[in-house]
Write a protein that binds this ligand. Structure first.
Ligand SMILES: [Zn+2]
Length: 367
């Protein structure tokens, strides 16, 4: 029987363990992919640190791309109708759901179906074993949206599409960013950089990026931010005032939270003009408690909205956005470190300390 390797997440904060599992032939509606790259998302780090529940022992990683090695009966095209065959490089939705659900059929919110499963969130010892990114192979199960990748797109540009980039397509859509808007982005990690670029592409007149990591502020300027403010060396009051001065006449139209820190919410609310929109995308962990003066929501007509994951259309939008803007913004530079599967501990260490922007795992990294 064929086998392949995976870096298994045994327990929070424990070193990853390289293990072999059997590879079985695909069943109807399944695809077997040889993983070419997977990147470490902030939520993988949260799982690894035990800040959110994730089955152990499991295989983490959900930002994955790969090449089709086996294709099951019933799979003929990708979600756009393009034919799929062995050897094609693909991305796919980070979640899958096979069945009917009120959320999908009635409310058009497939990402919130009850019983939905996600890649990187399953037990490694159960069939088909390979359902996460930090492995040599991944099975794509029925109910997954598959999207073929154009050959000109590099692995570095393509890998974050199915989580970070698609999520930001969803967040910036929910924020209703339109022509002439002034947009503030709290947090300039991968989500924030794509958020800045998308805000710009959606027609924002002014994009302001906030972060406490100095190196990220400089990078954000390359992704469409007009102004960047270092919140580590400025008081909250001064940051609010500066944002309000930059967003004349009376504050930002939109503030987007993608830093995962609930304490920034009261400040973000105070940056908005009356009628402004506040969209939360980064607070994916439970217990993100914060105290706000809800009077500001009433008095200033603030719309506050949370967004988690994305609709399948956002995966297509993510790919098309990157394809259309890859000469304008340096997406290829976001993945700034590559590691072999055997170096997953080092990769997590670098990613969690924010020493790198997006760490990539290349299972067959040469040399
Ligand atoms: Zn993710």
């Amino acid at each position: 029987m064929r086998t392949a390797k995976a870096a298994v997440y045994e327990a929070p904060k424990a070193p990853f363990v390289l293990k072999e599992f059997p590879l079985r032939p695909v069943k109807r509606g399944e695809v077997l992919v040889r993983v070419t790259m997977s990147t470490i998302c902030r939520s993988d780090i949260h799982s690894y640190e035990g800040r959110r529940p994730n089955p152990c022992p499991g295989i983490l990683g959900h930002e994955i791309i790969g090449v089709i090695e086996e294709i099951g009966e019933g799979i003929e095209t990708d979600m756009r109708g393009d034919p799929l065959k062995v050897g094609d490089r693909i991305t796919w939705s980070e979640y899958f759901f096979d069945g009917q659900c009120y959320y999908r059929e009635v409310l058009d919110m497939p990402q919130k179906c009850h019983g939905l499963r996600k890649y990187g969130h399953d037990l490694a010892q159960e069939d088909p074993h390979f359902l996460g990114g930090f492995a040599e192979y991944c099975y794509i199960l029925p109910g997954t949206w598959i999207l073929k990748l154009p050959s000109e797109l590099s692995d570095e540009e393509a890998t974050p599409l199915n989580c970070g980039v698609a999520t930001m397509a969803s967040v910036t859509e929910a924020a209703g960013i339109g022509l002439g808007d002034a947009v503030v982005i709290q947090g300039l990690g991968l989500l924030g950089l794509y958020g800045a670029a998308m805000a710009r592409a959606r027609g924002a007149r002014c994009v302001i990026g906030l972060d406490s990591v100095a190196s990220r502020l400089a990078v954000a300027k390359k992704f469409g931010a007009d102004h960047v403010l270092d919140i580590a060396c400025t008081s909250a009051r001064a940051v609010i005032e500066e944002v309000r001065t930059l967003c004349r006449p009376d504050g930002a139209d939109v503030v987007i939270e993608v830093c995962g820190v609930p304490d920034v919410i009261p400040q973000g609310l105070q940056m908005l003009r009356a009628g402004g929109r506040y969209v939360l995308g980064g607070l994916v962990n439970p217990n993100a408690n914060v105290t706000i003066d809800a009077n500001i929501l009433v008095k200033s007509w603030i719309t506050m909205r949370g967004i988690h994951n994305y609709h399948p259309r956002h995966l297509i939008q993510a790919l098309d956005f990157v394809m259309a803007n890859r000469d304008r913004f340096p997406f290829k530079d976001i993945v700034d470190a590559k590691f072999a599967l055997t170096d997953l501990d080092a990769a997590f260490e670098k990613a969690s300390s924010r020493a790198v922007l997006r760490a990539a795992i290349v299972p067959r990294l040469a040399g």
